[in-house]
Design a protein around this ligand. Structure first.
Ligand code: ADP
Ligand code: MG
Ligand code: ZN
Length: 444
């Protein structure tokens, strides 16, 4: 019987959560000489259940990365987190089942086998296929461009025109997640407690589609123990905002920093914290409140002012940052009736893969991977159209009031159009197509 004082120093550093269970227990057992001391250059984390077993913990990947940076040679983690921790090279990971097996290991009686890292095998989740979409060649083309160049996209069209249907099929034509991307995503999912136990890496590209009633915290992340929000969970993947004008202004405006910088900074009383959030933004909206503005057969009942008000919910600067504005007209009844199958996702995907390879090769020395990441000075270097292209560009610029950003978007998108065709040059045709995807700039 007695009293044990445990001091977690330094005091100004906030220590939260159950992962200190194991180190505290082992310290007590070592101090009372019931347990041999673990090696100096090792560290351990883990929550205990009452029967001495270790429970799955959140954020183990990040902690293992940090442990390695701090110079530790080995780390003891709960067994269920072993595969995840083993993703970090240069540090030995010991998956611990329970306190008893840790004791046997430290006594040298029954050694725990270090966790070996699993090979990374990317996959697609069970996916909806573009073959189900009748007609809509223009919209499918635009989504192919989006997938190929990682371009932000806005689909505008009447209710029932298939916007949600097509957006849901976009993941099926995206390239496989690379191992580097998977690692970044896994760190975020692990920190958010969304990584399934026993799974090492996220294998498929994330897709997040928050409802428009999402809270600011849930969207951007935050809280006293900062948690990544939807925009970080969508990192390296798709953030789909259906019925975009229904989202609150604050929510939409909070997209601006991540769209610009690829990160989100969360300010809290105790300081700031930054999460990665480089996602492909895909939005859908009706053209007006009643939904039928520009509809081929139905009449719109909105006044000009109502239409303007409705569109103003998406601010100019936000629209400017979206590369592709896509008008989706409802598919004709005759076409639907025939139910002619569209091209399947597997075919479209092949073209996307090829265009991505071209981009990867072109940008291999400058640290970006896709056309949408081109900065203004890089656009000057990689997106110069041929003479005919320049001519068309000048003509549209004179006629339409495009912003400087809109101009850059056209060049980036035309680069992707050329890449999909395997063309090194950006031609007049490519520019002409890219201009079509700035429809909302012209309305303004
Ligand atoms: N091009 C199409 N091919 C096949 N079905 C379609 C097409 N367009 C719409 N539909 C049908 O109409 C339904 C409503 O489409 P939806 O994507 O919800 O429209 P929106 O989001 O534009 O309001 C779909 O679930 C689908 O069954
Ligand atoms: Mg919809
Ligand atoms: Zn209307």
């Amino acid at each position: 019987m007695g009293r044990i004082t445990v001091n977690l120093a330094p005091g100004e550093l906030r220590k939260e959560g159950p992962i200190y269970d194991l180190p505290i227990l082992v310290s007590i057992l070592c101090a009372s000489e019931q347990f041999p001391a673990p090696p100096e250059d090792s560290c351990m984390i883990g929550e205990l259940s009452l029967d001495g077993r270790l429970r799955h913990a959140n954020g183990v990947l990040s902690m293992t990365v940090k442990a390695k940076e701090e110079g530790f040679k080995s780390i003891f983690v709960p067994e269920a987190n072993g595969p995840e921790a083993a993703l970090v090279d240069g540090i030995d990971v010991y998956p611990v089942k329970d306190v008893r097996s840790l004791e046997m290991h430290l006594r040298g009686k029954e050694l725990i086998t270090p966790q070996r890292s699993e090979p990374f095998v990317p996959e697609y989740e069970a996916l909806l296929d573009f073959a189900d979409v009748v007609g809509q060649e223009n919209a499918k083309r635009a989504l192919t461009l989006a997938a190929a160049g990682f371009h932000h996209t806005l689909l505008i069209g009447a209710p029932g025109s298939g916007k949600s249907m097509m957006a849901k099929r976009l993941p099926s034509i995206m390239p496989y997640l690379t191992e580097k991307e998977a690692l970044e995503c896994t760190e975020i999912y692990s920190a958010a407690g969304l990584l399934p136990a026993g799974q090492a890496l996220l294998r498929s590209r994330p897709v997040r589609s928050p409802h428009h009633s999402v809270s600011q915290f849930g969207f951007t992340g935050g809280g006293t123990r900062p948690r990544p929000g939807e925009i970080s969970l969508a990192h390296n993947g798709i953030l789909f905002l259906d019925e975009m004008p229904e989202f609150s202004r604050d929510t939409l405006e909070s997209l601006r920093q991540p769209l610009e910088d690829g990160v989100v900074t969360i300010t809290r009383v105790s300081g700031t914290c930054t999460f990665p959030s480089r996602f492909m933004l895909v939005c859908a909206m009706n053209p007006c409140r009643c939904g039928f503005f520009g509809h081929p057969t139905k009449a719109c009942t909105c006044t000009v002012n109502q239409i303007r008000e409705y569109r103003k919910r998406i601010s100019g600067p936000l629209l400017d940052r979206i590369d592709l504005h896509v008008n989706v007209s409802p598919v004709l009844f005759e076409d639907l009736e025939k139910r002619k199958k569209g091209e399947s996702s597997a075919f479209i995907r092949e073209r996307v893969f090829k265009a991505r390879e071209i981009q990867k090769e072109r940008y291999k020395d400058i640290g970006i991977t896709v056309n949408s990441q081109l900065t203004p000075d890089l656009i000057g270097r990689f997106c110069t159209p041929d003479a005919r292209g320049q001519e068309i560009l000048r003509a549209v610029f004179d006629r339409l009031s495009l912003s400087a950003r809109g101009y850059d978007r056209i060049l980036k998108v035309s680069r992707t159009i050329a890449d999909l065709e395997g063309s090194p040059d950006i031609t007049g045709e490519h520019i002409a197509e890219a201009v079509q995807y700035r429809s909302l700039d012209r309305d303004a």
